[in-house]
Design a protein around this ligand. Structure first.
Ligand code: NAD
Ligand code: TYD
Length: 341
């Protein structure tokens, strides 16, 4: 492997992976292909901007002409696909873009790679493809039962990856990561939304009773897991990547407020997300056997994350304008008004 194409590399996890790879492997060339949707942000890549082994191309993974040109131009040896529409609430409002990118986009990447004889393909997926469970944890062999349009589209993308391995013999791997947190996360997701809203003394919209459970994984641990699977993962295999760190949403919310020195009175219990998965948990035995370990110090990673958003208002204040405010209004205005009534 020499030339690695990272699609969706201007997003939250993709950019963490790019920053990690550019530094760790100076003899690789890391090429980002990103459409720069509302969630894509070249500021996330500023730390590598001047590195000699980093390249950037703007383009859509669902556009075969662009994908073919980039694969040929850079003589790509391996593709790591992060590109996706990634927010569950947006998929409930409107699902089409999720199918375009998370299903058709994956197909276009696979097909263009196959046509050019590029066999190494890694798909970044999510634990949400399993659906939720009240007890125990999901193994890689469990049935996929996605419950919302986002996770259904991600499951569809995975099925194409599987088919290209079985039918066309491509060397594919898939990781199913759990809820990821850390710097540079678009402030529509729970953690950065709550941190940045609380900094401004604005209400925190907790869906329903807040007793839903998420398994929090730090973005750097997630990036290292993908690096490992890319290098030593077996062809056709799927690997869970979890934080092994289950938390109720309401407890995380309390902890964030404590770290920020803000009062609990900012919390509003608002109308729940339809189809809201109650609990996620994955078994990580398989990726541990490859040598991966997570950082288990959630307390200090959370404190570092909060401190990053406190220090980097330049990064998130300019995001929370324009289209963002439209989304915020549509998602939260009525919910918050009803909660106060
Ligand atoms: P993100 O929304 O922050 O970033 C997505 C990136 O993909 C953006 O840069 C965007 O511009 C780009 N993109 C979107 N559509 C594109 C297209 N058609 N062509 C090219 N680029 C396109 O997402 P994220 O949170 O970094 O998630 C990255 C991947 O990890 C996704 O595949 C997601 O399903 C998966 N994942 C995310 C989490 C999480 O907690 N955030 C957990 C597990 C798995
Ligand atoms: P989110 O960050 O959207 O990730 P996911 O839906 O992929 O798990 O949400 C994390 C949890 O926080 C999830 O249970 C939904 C909840 N949540 C809220 O309670 N309020 C919010 O405003 C958001 C965005 C999420």
């Amino acid at each position: 492997m020499k030339n690695i194409l990272v699609t969706g590399g201007a997003g939250f996890i993709g950019s963490a992976f790019v920053r990690h790879m550019v530094e760790k492997y100076p003899h690789y060339t890391i090429i980002v292909l990103d459409k720069l949707t509302y969630a894509g942000n070249t500021d996330n890549l500023l730390p590598v901007h001047d590195e000699p082994n980093y390249r950037f191309e703007r383009g859509d993974i669902a556009d075969a002409v662009t994908v073919k040109r980039v694969l040929e131009h850079y003589q790509v040896d391996a593709i790591v696909n992060f590109a996706a529409e990634s927010h569950v609430d947006r998929s409930i409002m409107s699902s089409h873009a999720f199918l375009d990118t998370d299903v058709i986009g994956v197909y276009v990447l696979l097909e263009q790679a196959r046509a050019l004889g590029i066999t190494r393909f890694h798909q970044v997926s999510t634990d949400e493809v399993y659906g939720w469970l009240a007890e125990g944890d999901f193994k890689e062999t469990d049935t996929l039962q996605p419950n919302n349009p986002y996770s259904a589209a991600k499951a569809g993308g995975e099925m194409m990856v599987r088919a290209y391995h079985v039918t066309h013999g491509m060397y594919t791997t898939i990781t199913r990561g759990s809820n990821t947190y850390g710097p540079y996360q678009y402030p529509e997701k729970m953690m950065p939304l709550f941190i940045t809203e609380a900094i401004d003394d604005r209400p925190l919209p907790v869906y329903g009773d807040g007793k839903q459970v998420r398994d929090w994984l730090h973005v750097d641990d997630h990036a290292r897991a993908i690096d490992l699977v890319l290098h030593v993962g077996a062809a056709g295999e799927v690997y869970n990547v979890g934080g092994e760190n289950e938390q109720h949403n309401i407890d995380v919310t309390h902890r964030l407020l404590q770290l920020l020195g803000k009062p609990k009175t900012l919390i509003r219990h608002v109308a729940d997300r339809p189809g809201h998965d109650r609990r996620y948990a994955v078994d990580c035995t398989k990726i541990r056997a490859l040598g991966w370990q997570r950082n288990d110090d959630f307390e200090s990673l959370l404190a570092q994350t909060v401190a990053w958003y406190q220090r980097n208002e330049w990064w998130w204040r300019k995001i929370k304008t324009g289209e963002y405010l439209e989304f915020y209004k549509q998602q939260y205005a009525q919910r918050l008004a009803d909660a106060q009534a």
